[in-house]
Design a binder for this molecule. Structure first.
Ligand SMILES: C[S@@+](CC[C@H](N)C(=O)[O-])C[C@H]1O[C@@H](n2cnc3c(N)ncnc32)[C@H](O)[C@@H]1O
Length: 217
């Protein structure tokens, strides 16, 4: 199903739920390569993670397979129920709490050792910065905030007909969080990689990576 630009008063669920309903459940999920690199490079120790806008849950399920307890949140009830089913199929149902929230209205209970947002972009009018800022406040002392944003559109990704997306620079996104100085910046960069699309073609795509470490204990 090709998405249509949402009406100005559409809710996030109005836009995202039909997309998930019309897409078949994935036959398998894989984690984002950036996340796997960051978890390795930052030597993150499993604790309680929060994946906001988890979609089909490839990242949440991967973190749970490493021993994390993961609260996986999405506005789509279909996405949430698929994450729950996949966790149960993989024998990690006890480590995945899949919850439906429209994060502009309600949030899961924290704090979390890792707050993670991957491609939390939406054509629906929501205050994304406010969602990210409030999520950052749910990071426990000593914990991490990781944001992976698009910095380009892959040829195989959908885009709205009249859309010419502009992505904020990583510094802009990080500064908008207005965090205190008790955070150390581990990554704040644009990064390109060769990615493979669903049809097997490859293309160079760019992401913005932000990894921040809360220093107070
Ligand atoms: C571009 S997808 C990214 C999905 C996944 N994180 C990934 O990396 O593949 C954005 C996700 O955010 C979810 N989302 C959008 N607005 C939301 C909101 N207000 N509250 C919660 N989830 C939302 C969508 O349902 C969708 O699953």
């Amino acid at each position: 199903m090709k998405p249509q630009r949402p009406a100005p008063d559409a809710s996030s669920a109005d836009f995202w739920e039909p997309l998930y309903q019309s897409a078949p459940p994935p036959t398998g999920t894989r984690p984002n390569a950036r996340l796997t690199e960051l978890v390795r490079d930052l030597r993150l120790i499993p604790g309680h993670a929060y994946d906001l806008g988890c979609g089909h849950g490839g990242d949440a399920l991967w973190l749970a397979s490493l021993g994390w307890l993961v609260t996986a949140v999405d506005v789509s009830a279909t996405a949430v129920s698929r994450v729950e089913a996949a966790a149960s199929d993989q024998g990690i149902g006890d480590r995945v709490r899949a919850e439906q929230h429209d994060l502009s209205r309600s949030v899961p209970t924290g704090p979390f050792d890792l707050v993670y947002a991957c491609y939390f972009h939406s054509p629906v009018t929501i205050d994304r910065t406010d969602v990210l800022r409030r999520s950052a406040q749910q990071v426990a002392p000593g914990g991490y905030l990781i944001i992976i944003d698009h910095a380009s559109v892959a040829p195989w990704s959908w885009r709205l007909d009249d859309e010419d997306p502009v992505f904020p620079a990583p510094e802009e996104t990080a500064n908008a969080l207005t965090l205190s100085t008790t955070w150390r910046t581990e990554r704040c960069e644009r990064s390109e990689l060769t990615a493979t699309g669903p049809d097997g073609t490859t293309a160079t795509v760019a992401d913005n990576l932000i990894a921040l470490h809360r220093q107070d204990t």
